[in-house]
Design a protein around this ligand. Structure first.
Ligand SMILES: CC(=O)N[C@@H](CCC[C@H](N)C(=O)O)C(=O)O
Length: 370
């Protein structure tokens, strides 16, 4: 298949973003595409809304796994693309359309030029949440194929096309989602003294929350707490009896996550007293840090040096449930440059599609030579 065929695939996938464990059309699209390849050495297994695709190698001394995530985000697209999302309110704003296309491209190379080793492709649902990597890891299919190593990529809008970056050791942070509900006595807007205003309670919480990082954490142990959503009230003249905030916690050190959670719980105890309300907290999905195997990163650098520029990556506060796979199977993750003015999770993210060909070559060469 030619480069233009993969650009077409990327554009078609871009039009059908689906959130975690709802990737029904995406799974169907991937299956249709994979079924068009020569099937001689392929075994295809559906796993929830994802897929495992096994390529039987000529010798099969070891099994190499390659993972792509397949979910989109609840973001309204503003790229102006002719091939914009057809699903209102959803967008591939984290590049998983590019990731999937690269995986399909590498797979199409491997069926043409059969590798020595076995190769297992993971088309993984729900990377953005609630997390598909951990259950996929524990699945019967994964236990059957037991890969010896695993790798994956993520697009990087800040890097130019033709550049990849990675590092040995810690690449991405530990994460925890954060959902908090505030409940108090609502009432008439004209009688605030008879009510407990949950907009005030949630607002006070939000302001004090940022002081946990700026004033209670050791600056040498980095952390981020971000609220991405806040909801409260019903109409303009009713004091809100319910408010909800949703966010995420990121830490480099695992023990810092425990301390931040304790601080949030203590802060909420104070909010309950001050605003005479009840609060409840749910930590949703928690992702284990992405920790790269130094030996594999070293080999990767050597393998790809003639194809791309390699840069040492800094640690990032990004989260990735690929961390769970790396906890059990040695391997690594790398960034692939896509040079977009707008970044990940932005409604105007526009990855340069020339990165698809670079990605396919980088992944394929790595599979053949790692
Ligand atoms: C690569 C990337 O952007 N990953 C997401 C993972 C989100 C995990 C979870 N839903 C959370 O928000 O904690 C990221 O936001 O870094």
């Amino acid at each position: 298949m030619a480069v233009d065929d993969f650009i077409k695939i990327r554009r078609e996938l871009h039009q059908i973003p689906e959130i975690g464990f709802q990737e029904f059309k995406t799974q169907e699209y991937l299956l249709n595409n994979i079924h068009q390849l020569p099937q001689d050495y392929l075994s295809i297994h559906k796993w929830h809304t994802g897929l495992f695709v096994f390529v039987e190698g000529k010798v099969g001394e070891k099994t190499i796994a390659y993972r792509t995530d397949i979910d989109g985000l609840p973001i309204t697209e503003e790229t102006g693309y002719e091939f914009s999302s057809t699903r209102e309110g959803y967008m591939h704003a984290c590049g998983h359309d590019i990731h999937m296309t690269i995986a399909l491209g590498a797979l199409s190379q491997l069926v043409k030029n059969r590798p020595e080793d076995h190769v297992l492709f993971l088309f993984q649902p729900a990377e953005e949440g609630p997390g598909g990597a951990e259950p996929m890891l524990k699945s019967e299919i994964m236990q059957r194929y037991r890969p010896d190593m695993i790798f994956a990529l993520h697009i990087d809008p800040k890097l130019p096309v033709g550049t990849v970056s990675s590092k040995p050791g810690l690449l991405f942070a530990n994460t925890s989602e954060l959902f908090i509900d505030f409940k108090g006595k609502g009432g008439h807007a004209a009688y605030p003294h008879e009510t407990k205003d949950m907009i005030m309670a949630a607002s006070a919480f939000n302001v004090q929350l940022q002081q946990i990082v700026s004033r209670m954490r050791d600056p040498l142990s980095p952390a981020v707490v971000t609220l991405g959503k806040m909801e409260a009230g019903t109409v303009q003249n009713i004091i809100a009896e319910h408010a909800r905030v949703e966010g995420t916690i990121r830490t480099i050190k695992p023990d810092a996550m425990i301390v931040i959670k304790e601080s949030i719980e203590n802060l909420l105890k104070g909010i309950e007293v001050r605003y005479d309300c009840e609060t409840s907290i749910d930590y949703g999905a928690n992702y284990y840090m992405v920790h790269n195997d130094a030996n594999y990163v070293g080999k990767f650098k050597t393998i790809i040096e003639d194809i791309v520029d390699y840069k040492e990556a800094p640690e990032a506060m990004t989260g990735e449930d690929f961390g769970y796979l790396l906890k059990e199977i040695p391997g690594f993750m790398f960034w692939l440059g896509v040079d977009s003015e707008y970044g990940l999770h932005n409604s105007q993210l526009k990855p340069d599609e020339r990165a698809i060909d670079v990605g396919i070559k980088t992944v394929t060469e790595t599979i053949y030579n790692i």
